[in-house]
Write a protein that binds this ligand. Structure first.
Ligand SMILES: CC(C)(COP(=O)(O)OP(=O)(O)OC[C@H]1O[C@@H](n2cnc3c(N)ncnc32)[C@H](O)[C@@H]1OP(=O)(O)O)[C@@H](O)C(=O)NCCC(=O)NCCS
Length: 137
């Protein structure tokens, strides 16, 4: 999967917020701690540093949503992270992103923190990020 594929799926899925550019995906993938699973229908991008794994983004193309793909991607990236030695997974999600929060709860994540005004929206308003964690052991 190329940075261009990722940017295309990401832009389609995140229609309400600023999509990440091809260059941003390319830069992230050039970092040796960054990995990905999936394909143009649904992918997850994550980092593993020592025993901690962090989900950077996950997106399912709107034409492929509600078919269990993101749940599968979560399982896939957890498996790779575990193989790389991670024992804990974390992520952050906008507090109003109810589909994603439902997905993460479904996958065993629980809230462990709140970042006030973390995300800047296109209308210059800010929204909170909920930090969630899950054991990989
Ligand atoms: C969040 C997202 C990745 C889910 O992808 P998906 O492939 O449709 O998810 P799945 O089909 O695997 O759904 C798994 C579970 O997540 C929850 N879920 C997913 N979409 C949901 C929705 N629109 N509303 C409520 N719950 C939802 C449900 O619990 C679902 O299980 P169920 O179908 O048995 O009820 C997708 O909606 C997306 O790409 N959104 C835009 C990008 C985004 O917000 N990414 C997360 C940023 S932190």
């Amino acid at each position: 999967m190329t940075p261009r594929d990722m940017a295309s799926t990401h832009a389609a899925a995140f229609a309400q917020s600023r999509p990440w550019t091809v260059q941003e995906f390319s830069d992230l993938l050039s970092n040796r701690f960054t990995h990905h699973v999936g394909n143009a229908d649904s992918f997850a991008l994550f980092q593993v540093i020592a025993q901690e794994a962090e989900l950077l983004t996950i997106a399912t193309h709107p034409t492929s949503q509600r078919q269990g793909l993101a749940r599968q991607r979560m399982s896939d990236w957890h498996s790779v992270a575990r193989d790389l030695g991670a024992t804990r997974a974390i992520l952050d999600v906008a507090s109003d992103n109810l589909p994603a929060i439902a997905l993460y709860e479904h996958c065993g994540y629980r809230p462990c923190g709140l970042r006030k005004g973390y995300y800047l929206l296109e209308n210059n308003k800010k929204t909170d990020a909920v930090v969630m964690e899950c054991s990989l052991t």
